[in-house]
Design a protein around this ligand. Structure first.
Ligand code: SF4
Length: 206
């Protein structure tokens, strides 16, 4: 039981689990404060950033729900709140009208620069830590994220580079890259957007 300090004394995984739990509490607090300044909730900010950085053809409510680790119903409520504020619009996917895609409206696009520093308090907290320690931390955290992903607790969306399905520079100039998962050629810009199907070439060892 990670909340039992005596147990933590003897078990490293319990100590690290508790550290991660405390981190999650701190992150919740700082992102709430950063969101209050903008007049949005942290999940609303995440929805706007999801629309901004996710490849447009996979920016679905379902993928948003997976990204923030919530249910579809909760994600719909968050999105509907932003639709009422005029920041997000819902459009049907052109080649599959059963799928609804999320897009920033012009008002949503205008608000994005205000979100540029969202998360900076967390990043600044890492500045005093040495590079070598951060490199080790990155490896360790990568393993934890990978393990959580394998257990279905987390979805990690990343751009195409480093994905096993990515075939760069095999097509025409307008759409130079190919994805063998969705069997489509991609523009360079699309390949730089986050994709929830990203499958890393090499996963950090658990
Ligand atoms: S599956 Fe991989 S290669 Fe295909 S679009 Fe997603 S990230 Fe890019």
């Amino acid at each position: 039981m990670i909340f039992d300090p005596q147990h933590r004394k003897n078990v490293r995984s319990a100590r690290i689990s508790m550290a991660l739990f405390r981190l999650s509490q701190a992150i919740k607090k700082v992102t709430q404060e950063e969101s209050d300044v903008i007049g949005l909730s942290p999940v609303q900010v995440q929805a706007l950033l999801f629309c901004q950085y996710t490849r447009s053809d996979v920016a679905t409510v379902g993928n948003f729900a997976s990204t923030i680790g919530t249910t579809h119903v909760t994600a719909v409520k968050i999105v509907n709140g932003l639709v009422s504020k005029g920041l997000i619009s819902k459009v049907q996917k052109s080649d599959d009208r059963r799928v609804t895609l999320l897009q920033l409206t012009s008002a949503g696009i205008e608000i994005i620069p205000k979100l540029e520093n969202w998360g900076h308090v967390l990043e600044e907290a890492l500045h005093p830590i040495s590079d070598i320690m951060l490199a080790n931390l990155e490896l360790g955290l990568g393993s934890i994220i990978s393990s959580l992903e394998d257990r279905g607790h987390l979805t990690v969306a990343e751009p195409c580079l480093g994905c096993i399905h990515f075939h760069p520079n095999v097509g025409e100039t307008a759409q130079p890259h190919y994805c063998d998962l969705i069997h489509k050629y991609l523009t360079h810009q699309a390949s730089l957007q986050q994709c929830p199907e990203h499958t890393p070439l090499s996963k950090p060892k658990a």
